[in-house]
Design a protein around this ligand. Structure first.
Ligand code: GLN
Length: 185
């Protein structure tokens, strides 16, 4: 059984652990370099990317995470997608730069802070929960877009890494988790 870490410094890591377990993985919370070294892949959850960045610095985990991502799969959702991106705007901030995408934070504006909507994944409906989501404004050549909403990419992969601007851990459907788990084998 794949052993998947969920970065547990801030954000909705508990929901991710449950969703990964439902998808058939062993999920463990990761707060230290030793815990990170014990997992085959990592989920960076939604939350507040600025706060997560600060905590990564305080815990001395930023460089470890970057080195982990050079070898093993990372799945970033929402704030986690912002941390994986190469460029971040609104405002610009530091990131791991592991995926060749450019994201705009809080891009749907205050009026449309959160919504539940339906998107298509492989031709089938998928319920997608957006919470103060970023928009992926640029995708590099090596990036494959797997799902869109309103013409913008919302689920994308590059090699071993996966990002979603929505929250697949908040719905019962485990197809997105399974996409990630397939990268671990
Ligand atoms: N708005 C948050 C950020 O910019 C992301 C929101 C989320 O993860 N649900 O970091």
């Amino acid at each position: 059984m794949a052993r998947v870490g969920v970065l547990a410094l801030q954000g909705d890591f508990e929901a991710h652990c449950k969703a990964l377990a439902a998808a058939g993985a062993e999920a463990v919370e990761v707060r230290t370099a030793a815990q990170l070294a014990s997992v085959d892949g990592l989920v960076i959850p939604g939350g507040e990317s600025t706060t997560m960045l600060k905590l990564l610095r305080i815990e001395n985990l930023f460089d470890d995470l970057k080195a982990f991502g050079d070898k093993k799969p990372i799945f970033g959702t929402c704030a986690g997608a912002i941390l994986l991106a190469r460029d971040v705007i609104n405002p610009s901030q530091e990131s791991l730069g592991l995926m060749d995408i450019g994201v705009q934070r809080n891009a749907y504006g205050r009026q449309l802070d959160s919504r539940v909507t339906s998107i298509a994944l492989d031709g089938e409906d998928l319920e997608a929960v957006f919470i103060r989501a970023p928009i992926i404004r640029r995708v590099g050549e090596g990036v494959r877009v797997l799902a869109e909403y309103n013409g913008d990419p919302v689920l994308a992969e590059q090699g071993r890494h996966l990002v979603a601007t929505f929250h697949p851990e908040l719905t019962k459907d485990t197809r997105v988790q399974k996409l990630f788990l397939a990268k671990l084998s």
